[in-house]
Design a protein around this ligand. Structure first.
Ligand code: C2E
Ligand code: MG
Ligand code: MG
Ligand code: MG
Length: 284
C-alpha cells in the first residue's frame, strides 16, 4: 500500500513537472511573439525629492499584457527573457521607447526636464555593446544624455567586473547617469563602489518596508551615509505613505519612489501627469 502511494506521488510529481515545463514553453513562445511585435512597453513610475515632493524623473518599468496569458509580472518575463537571450532585443526596444518618450516630456517641462531611468540587464552588459546601443539611441531620439539614467544591479558586477567597469565608464563619459539598483540585497563587497562611476544608490524596497521597525533604521541610515560619503544621490524605493517619507527624510535620504507618489503609468498617463505639473508651475 505504501509502495502504491509512493508510486502515485511520483506519477503526480512527473505530471506536475510536465505541466510546469509546458507552461514555461508557452510563456517562451508568447514572449518571443510579443517581443517580435513590440507588445511589451515601458510604463513609468515617478521619482521625487523627499523634502518637497518635486518631480525629478521616471523609472521605465516593462509591462506585458498578453492576449493568452494575461498580465505577466516583469520579474517573471524579464528572467525568462534573460535565460533565452530575448532580453537583447527587448532591452533595446524598451530603451528606445523610453528615450523617445523622455524627449517629448522635456518639451512639456523645459525648465526642469524629467530624467528617465532604464533598467539594463546583466545579460545585456555581458553579451552586447551597451555603450554603442545607448549612444546610437541617444543620437536617433535626440535625447540629451543627461536626461538618461541607467540602472544596474549588483548582479552586473559579478560576471566580469573589469568589462562592466569599463562600459560604465564609457556611459558616464557620454553624460549618462548610473544608478545602482536594489542596493543592499546583493552579495558583492563594498570595495567596488569607489571604482565605479556611480551617481546614485537605490535603497531596495525591502529595507523601506521595515522602516518603522527601529532595527532596520541603522541599515537605511548607514546606506544613506555611505552614499553621501561617496558623493552619491540616494533614492529609496517602495515609498508607500507619508510616514515613510518622514522617516526617510529624517535619515537624510534624498529622493523617493513608490506608490505614495504614483504607480507605473502608461506613456499617455505619464504625459498628462507631467502636463499637470507644468501647468501648476506656470500658475505659481
Ligand atoms: P526594480 O527595478 O527594482 O523596480 C522596482 C519595482 O518595485 C517595480 O516592480 C515597481 O513596480 C515596484 N514598486 C514601485 N513602487 C512600489 C511600492 O511603493 N511598493 C511596492 N511594494 N512595490 C513598488 P516591477 O515593475 O514588478 O518590476 C520588477 C523588476 O523587474 C524590476 O525591479 C526590475 O528588476 C525588473 N524590470 C522591470 N522592467 C524592466 C526593464 O525594462 N528591463 C529590465 N532589465 N528589468 C526590468
Ligand atoms: Mg530599477
Ligand atoms: Mg530596485
Ligand atoms: Mg527589484
Amino acid at each position: 500500500e505504501a509502495k502504491n502511494a509512493g508510486r502515485d506521488r511520483i506519477t503526480y510529481f512527473n505530471a506536475e513537472i510536465q505541466n510546469r515545463l509546458s507552461e514555461r514553453n508557452t510563456v517562451i513562445d508568447r514572449l518571443k511573439r510579443a517581443v517580435r511585435n513590440g507588445e511589451i512597453e515601458p510604463h513609468y513610475q515617478s521619482q521625487h525629492v523627499l523634502s518637497d515632493g518635486r518631480l525629478t524623473g521616471f523609472e521605465a518599468l516593462a509591462r506585458w499584457d498578453d492576449e493568452v496569458l494575461g498580465a505577466v509580472r516583469p520579474d517573471v518575463f524579464i528572467s525568462i527573457a534573460e535565460q533565452t537571450g530575448l532580453i537583447v532585443e527587448l532591452g533595446e526596444h524598451l530603451l528606445r521607447r523610453a528615450c523617445e518618450d523622455a524627449t517629448q516630456w522635456a518639451e512639456l517641462m523645459p525648465k526642469a526636464p524629467p530624467v528617465v531611468s532604464v533598467n539594463i540587464s546583466p545579460v545585456q552588459f555581458a553579451r552586447t555593446d551597451v555603450t554603442g546601443l545607448v549612444s546610437r539611441v541617444l543620437h536617433e531620439t535626440g535625447l540629451p544624455p543627461e536626461l538618461l539614467e541607467v540602472e544596474v544591479t549588483e548582479g552586473v558586477l559579478i560576471a566580469s567586473r573589469e568589462k562592466i567597469a569599463a562600459t560604465l565608464q564609457e556611459l558616464s563619459e557620454l553624460g549618462v547617469s548610473i544608478a545602482l539598483d536594489d542596493f543592499g540585497t546583493g552579495y558583492s563587497s563594498l570595495s567596488y563602489l569607489k571604482d565605479l562611476p556611480l551617481n546614485r544608490l537605490k535603497i531596495d524596497q525591502s529595507f523601506v518596508k521595515d522602516l518603522s521597525r527601529t532595527a532596520s533604521n541603522p541599515i537605511v541610515s548607514t546606506i544613506v551615509q555611505l552614499g553621501h560619503n561617496l558623493g552619491l544621490n540616494v533614492i529609496a524605493e517602495g515609498v508607500e505613505d507619508q510616514t515613510d517619507v518622514d522617516l526617510l527624510a529624517e535619515l537624510e535620504c534624498d529622493d523617493g519612489q513608490g506608490y505614495l507618489y504614483s504607480r507605473a503609468m502608461t506613456k499617455e498617463a505619464t504625459s498628462r501627469y507631467i502636463a499637470e505639473i507644468a501647468l501648476q508651475a506656470s500658475q505659481q
